[in-house]
Design a protein around this ligand. Sequence first.
Ligand code: UD1
Length: 418
Amino acid sequence: MDDFFIDGGLPLRGTAVVNGSKNAALPILIATLLTDEPCVISNVPRLRDIRTTLRLLETLGKKVSVSGHTVRISAAGALKTTAPYDIVKQMRASVLVAGPLLARFGRVRVALPGGCAIGLRPIDIHLQGLRAMGARKSAEGGDVVLRARSLRPAKVRLRFASVGATENLMMAAAGTPGVTTIENAAREPEIEDLGVFLRSLGAGVTGAGTSRIRVEGVPLLRGARHRVIPDRIETGTLLIAAAAAGGTVFLRGADAGQLTALLGALRKAGARVRAGAAGIRISSQGRPRAVSIQTRPHPGFPTDLQAPWMAYMTLGRGSCRIREDIFERRFIHAAELGRMGARIDVRGRTAAVTGVPALEGAGVMASDIRAGAALVVAGLAARGRTYVQRVYHIDRGYERLERTLRRLGARIRRVRAP
Ligand code: UD1
């Protein structure tokens, strides 16, 4: 288990290149289950969750080879239809295999993912959609088993715009002949990217990125090549880190169109942000103005940037409110930030943050990917040394975050804990 040591208080300066999106790559890799032909996916970040996904694909019978940021996936005989608990418990997104496997084989067995640090995270919306397409559900020893002689196209309206449920249904629909429509669909850029990939596989997909997606499925999909979009959450985390630590950073390849809510909040806080075709530049100095945010489905403020934003706002001039509307208990980082001198009062889904002039380095513990990123942001801005434990959470979502930050002048190093 690795830890980070951060000697804070240094501004960030220089250029970093944004990696491919984890949350776009995961469903795209899983969508290769829809075809037996080879697929080549590039700009795939090298992350723990990606390795878990590739292991899941191999367990299901795919042949996988990785070279740098490019993954080749091909058939290696018949596919299996069971996603085992030891993989699902490591990564909830494993449940996305349900849609494509059900469409192809009329049967899938997926271990139930259970809750996690940030919320209960049921999969009822995924199941509701698949049932509308004709799947029957039963429970067996902690697993969900879904069966359908053949899935049928349907008109599905989601009770909430769940990202995962939208992706699962798009994949199920792509392999089911006929037209399926998904209403109240999630509109995240990662869904748009999945739509582009499903189109390259031969399905007809329109409206991905809007709240009404139309998928015209075909029985046999072909192989394809695809380049994954840049990671807006990594981009956002680095922008917030630069704002909190001060300095000037250029993020090459970052797509400002995916981050309007964050860029607006950064500007309100006093950072100078310039977005162009090549990337995003941010300059910042001194304490920010306190800016309240509320997490929302895209294009609202992303829940995955709530924790880093809170870390930044602990230094705000004045106080602000941070409301978490996507997950029930995504404030575990507040207590850790408190160890560094932050003043945060959590009541239910709202955290009131009163800015302090400076944070002090301390020993803190990451509890999930983005909470971990928030502690790194705080450590970069703090006086003295911060020691972040359980970096494996951060490694699930950020490719060598310490190396990127070191290139920007941060003093951060990874140490293997005894
Ligand atoms: C995805 C992202 C995650 C991000 C989240 C919200 C991936 C791999 N992960 O997660 O980083 O934080 O979107 O932007 O892309 N819900 C239900 N029933 C369901 C499904 C979801 O009640 O069947 C609830 C969840 O418990 C949660 C909320 O809906 O409170 C949002 O979940 P969802 O949009 O599905 O997020 P994920 O796809 O799990």
